[in-house]
Design a binder for this molecule. Structure first.
Ligand code: ASP
Length: 314
């Protein structure tokens, strides 16, 4: 039997066991499991890594628990501006969108930019026009409305701060939500792919774009090295060119996947104050779920193994 691998994340941050109820923990685990199964279903049937990545991310985008798609946080203007990107390790093809509104599944739009345009990166209204031309599913503002998210915006505005979804560890009514989402996959043909999707940061200003849609920062895939999807404080991940840095350490310095992830996440990012983490894999089927924060919602599955689900630092 040919081997496949998939790994996903639902955001990294101050996720403490002491703040979590059993019920909420189960909800997250179920959501992560569903996403893994959605991706695995494609890999199992000899589908492509890029399609598995899209399916796993769509499942998380459709779940209001995560800060992507439906559960996206509010911007300063009280809107939902979403970013997403996807990359194929075989041919280095990539697609990305930034600041899009009312797109139900931004990851699908990013994949469409890759497959159906001559471009890599589309932003704002132009990307929405492209989505409509391709009959990509749109959703009204109400679809994205979550009372908790709105309350987060009011709090952030009152204190004039921009909140990373992960750093606030108060689980009011046990309902506090975390999470940019991402996936990496290896298909039975030996190709790898990565994708990431987010609503960004609460109270973000005037067209702010994080690392998520930036190829090389939040997402990168190359069959020769690795596939990476990041989550964390985007400004630091952009300046550290995190995903491509990991690929470069493997390509030019001969690092193993583990050594590269550890150096970037636990040393380089920490030194500049960048909190967060990432998931990565390579064509040999090695997986890294690496973070420098208290926790990261994460899951992985190899063809011949059980699903691994994790939330806290082990
Ligand atoms: N990296 C995302 C951003 O800065 C946020 C996140 O990972 O939650 O937009």
């Amino acid at each position: 039997m040919k081997k496949y691998v998939i790994a996903i994340h639902g955001g990294a941050g101050t996720i403490l066991r002491s703040n979590m109820t059993n019920e909420i923990e189960q909800k997250y685990k179920m959501a992560l499991n569903e996403s893994i199964l959605a991706g695995e279903n494609i890999l199992l049937n000899s589908g492509l890594a890029i399609d598995a990545v899209e399916a796993a991310i769509r499942s998380l985008e459709n779940n209001p628990l995560f800060n992507a798609g439906r559960g996206s946080v509010f911007s300063h203007e009280g809107e939902h501006e979403m970013d997403a990107s996807i990359m194929n390790g075989k041919d280095l093809m990539a697609g990305a969108v930034a600041g899009v509104k009312n797109v139900k599944n931004p990851i699908t739009l990013a994949k469409s930019v890759m497959q159906h345009s001559n471009h890599v990166f589309m932003a704002g209204q132009g990307a929405e026009v492209f989505a409509k031309q391709l009959n990509i599913e749109m959703a009204p503002n109400e679809y994205f409305f979550e009372q908790m998210r709105y309350d987060q915006l009011i709090q952030a505005k009152a204190s004039d701060t921009i909140h990373l979804d992960h750093v606030d560890n108060k689980f009011e009514n046990g309902e506090k939500k975390f999470g940019t989402v991402g996936a990496v996959a290896l298909d039975v043909f030996g190709n790898i792919s990565a994708g990431t999707s987010t609503g960004g940061m609460t109270n973000k200003k005037h067209g702010r774009v994080g690392d998520t849609p930036i190829i090389g920062a939040g997402t990168y895939a190359n069959n020769q090295t690795c596939a990476v999807s990041c989550t964390g404080h985007g400004e630091f991940f952009i300046r550290s060119v995190v995903a491509y840095d990991i690929s470069c350490l493997i390509e030019y310095k001969g690092f193993s996947l583990k050594e590269a992830c550890n150096l970037v996440v636990k040393d380089k990012l920490v030194k500049i104050g960048g909190e967060g983490g990432l998931i990565a894999l390579d064509t040999r089927g090695n997986i890294e779920l690496c973070f420098n924060s208290e926790g990261m919602y994460r899951a992985s599955k190899k063809s011949n193994e059980e699903v691994y689900l994790g939330i806290y630092r082990d």
